[in-house]
Design a protein around this ligand. Sequence first.
Ligand code: CA
Length: 235
Amino acid sequence: MSGRILLVEDEPGLLMTLTDRLVSEGFTVETATDGEAGLSRALAETFDLIILDVGLPRKNGFDVCRDLRQRSVAVPVIMLTARGQVVDKVVGLKIGADDYVTKPFEMMELLARIEALLRRVPPAQPGAAGVVASSADVYQFGVIRADFRRAEVTREGAPLELSAREFKLLRYLIEHRGATISRDELLNEVWGYNAMPSTRTVDVHIAWLRQKLEPNPHYPQFILTIHGLGYKFVG
Ligand code: CA
């Protein structure tokens, strides 16, 4: 595996263990030990993925993640939550995190989630080497314009804040427009593994996409519910 990872973790032991293991897997690892420093690095540099502890000095991981998304940084984020920490996953995902791992975790579990996110996410850097522009890179529906190459979605020209997961979900729906797609298929294709088996997760993300994309989210024009079967994108 390869890629550049930003690890934001304030526990020295865990920071060292994780860094060593990720480096031995082939990743380039940069670190920060508080939320402000992590946010600064994430904004200033390009990473393929961020591993973000929730309990951090100076700025907690949720606030860091929310700030990143508000500034349209779409890099995948895996959050590390403490055992016993009551985390509302829906609230957490709403601020734009892509996944969670609860401490203590098995390294293999974290690696599997990293791999799944890296495999699924399109390159975020415009003009990256080897990326060929084509008309399929941009899709327009209504006042929404989705630029897959730049990982950018705009509404009447104004940037929309989509998490990496929402972006992938939208991309999958558009690529399969006109077809009815089951929740299980979306879980398999967009989430990519069975760690989050609830199809409720799909429904929640669909609801967020509708809030951001639909003229009237209560009467969707683009992302339709096909009762008993799943969803269909038309547009
Ligand atoms: Ca911590």
